[in-house]
Design a protein around this ligand. Structure first.
Ligand SMILES: Nc1nc2c(c(=O)[nH]1)N=C([C@H](O)[C@H](O)COP(=O)(O)OP(=O)(O)OP(=O)(O)O)CN2
Ligand SMILES: [Zn+2]
Length: 150
């Protein structure tokens, strides 16, 4: 019996953003402690004598890839929409500021979709298609999150 199993690794990062046309307080520059949960689906490996025996994938591999591709890029960065010209120009005027200019408004939905579409092909390519990114959850606050499903 070797059923497909989902495993999830959670990582956290801090970033600034604003939603420029928001009707409420989110139009102001502010930040969040984001939490990203990366869920992979696959079969449990039967690799007697290997470190990954009994695993879908070592949690350490999920951590390493998610860190390299998302967390290190977005942590302590300001995530700004390219259409938010005033803020893009202001951030560009600060020497060495860590700014990530996004194609879309940095809502939690859009950030989650960006993270999903960045990570999905990487997991597929590195693990020979035996795994798939089945869900990516991004929390913007403890009460607000978005899920992207494969
Ligand atoms: N669908 C979305 N709605 C909102 C988003 C979003 O990304 N997608 N973002 C915001 C704000 O940026 C903010 O992050 C959320 O603020 P708020 O609703 O105040 O959330 P809190 O958890 O801080 O609310 P509490 O009332 O303090 O629990 C707004 N909407
Ligand atoms: Zn916010």
């Amino acid at each position: 019996m070797n059923k497909k199993i989902e495993i999830t690794r959670r990582l956290e990062f801090d970033a600034g953003h604003r939603i420029p046309h928001h009707d409420g307080h989110c139009k102001h520059v502010h930040g969040h402690r984001y939490v990203i949960e990366v869920t992979l689906m696959g079969n449990v490996l039967s690799h007697q004598g290997h470190g990954d025996d009994g695993m879908v994938l070592d949690f350490g591999d999920i951590k390493k890839i998610t860190n390299e591709e998302i967390v290190q890029k977005w942590d302590h960065a300001f995530l700004v929409a390219k259409e938010d010209h005033a803020l893009v120009n202001f951030l560009a005027s600060i020497p060495n500021h860590k700014t990530v200019v996004m194609d879309s408004i940095p809502t939690v939905e859009n950030l989650a979709q960006t993270a999903f579409s960045t990570l999905e092909p990487i997991f597929k390519e590195r693990f020979g298609g035996r795994l798939n990114l089945s869900r990516l959850r991004l929390y913007e606050t403890p009460n607000c999150w978005a899920d992207v499903h494969a």
